[in-house]
Write a protein that binds this ligand. Structure first.
Ligand SMILES: [Zn+2]
Ligand SMILES: [Zn+2]
Length: 338
């Protein structure tokens, strides 16, 4: 039984971490509540956001408060989960889980809160798509506290649609007069984005002010405009984001950019984009935004089984870096040698 409990330990620990992610979402909802009591209960977590603010600066004056209001309370929340496990499973499972949680708590305490997810960041790299939530993903939660809630696995963001922040984001849509461009613009406005419809795609001043670039014209070469966008935003602390419409899953250029740390890149696979009617475009736009809110980087208008097949084909595609693209390990390298 003890060996079984030890073997199950990592899975139980992950379940506890997901439980805390759920509590985390609740704390943010309570913070936005009209009830003073709920806001007061959520206040300790806001100290954590003061400790590392929206500019990703570490505010040292909150260091001690962060330990008591965030680290200790997170540990206590995990122990509550462990107590529930003790009621459901034999005691060794709860003992192993408590030991893992306590060990990690002690390690994070030794770093006084500056753990792997909480390091000072000069320039943030784009996170790569995966089921886990790497430090670059958690950093985005500190920039946009109403999204990117997940700390270890992305499960909670998939469930609550917290995989992206769209409110007040400056979005530029190419081919905004086409059915899909129009429908995406409308959908994004409903999500609270500041949509700028523009055909002046080579305008560097516009690109430098853009958060999300949407390229709907599947026939034009995406590389020049993407490289111009990356160049125009290269001094920004946060990486830019692009959504690019393709008619096929197997696209070596898209396969390259989705792993490029210079940009958050999503491929939108819409085979019939050229013949979409207005109602069809609206359905594709709704599905697209819903999938992106769930954090997907391979987005498709196809039904689920075809979607999964297309996703497999996309990931099996050999990436081909465009000649104009530049390989860097961190965005800051492009800044140093520019
Ligand atoms: Zn944090
Ligand atoms: Zn938070």
């Amino acid at each position: 039984m003890v060996w079984l409990a030890i073997a199950a330990g990592p899975l139980l620990w992950l379940s506890g971490a997901i439980f805390f992610d759920c509590v985390h979402v609740l704390l943010h909802l309570m913070h936005g509540s009209r009830s003073a009591l709920l806001r007061a209960l959520a206040h300790p977590h806001q100290i954590h956001h003061e400790w590392i603010n929206r500019d990703l600066e570490v505010c040292w004056e909150y260091r001690s408060q962060n330990i008591w209001c965030h680290l200790v309370l997170e540990y206590v929340t995990q122990l509550v989960f462990t107590a529930a496990i003790a009621l459901l499973l034999p005691l060794p499972f709860a003992v192993v889980l408590a030991a893992l949680q306590t060990g990690l708590f002690v390690v994070i305490l030794r770093y006084r809160g500056l753990d792997i997810n909480h390091q000072p960041i000069e320039m943030l790299d784009a996170y790569r798509p995966s089921a886990s939530a790497p430090p670059a993903y958690h950093a985005l939660h500190h920039v946009h506290p109403d999204a990117y809630y997940s700390a270890y696995t992305r499960l909670v963001d998939i469930l609550v649609g917290g995989g992206i922040e769209l409110r007040s984001r400056r979005v530029v849509i190419q081919c905004a007069a086409d059915p899909l461009g129009l429908a995406l613009g409308q959908q994004l406005r409903e999500e609270g984005a500041a949509v700028i419809e523009s055909r002046e795609m080579a305008d560097e001043a516009l690109l430098s002010r853009t958060d999300v670039l949407v390229l709907c014209d599947s026939k034009s070469d995406e590389v020049p405009i993407l490289e111009s966008f990356i160049e125009a935003t290269r001094t920004r602390k946060l990486p830019p984001e692009a959504w690019v419409v393709h008619t096929e899953s197997e696209n070596p250029t898209a396969r390259h950019y989705v792993d490029d740390i210079r940009i958050h890149y999503r491929t939108l696979v819409v085979p019939d984009v050229e013949t979409l009617t207005e109602p069809g475009a609206e359905a594709v736009a709704r599905r697209t935004v819903s999938q992106i809110r769930r954090g997907l980087h391979y987005v498709s208008s196809a039904p689920l089984s075809n979607h999964l097949r297309g996703r497999r084909r996309f990931h099996a595609t050999q990436p081909i870096p465009p000649a104009a693209s530049r390989e860097v390990r961190h965005r800051s390298e492009a800044l140093e040698t520019a």
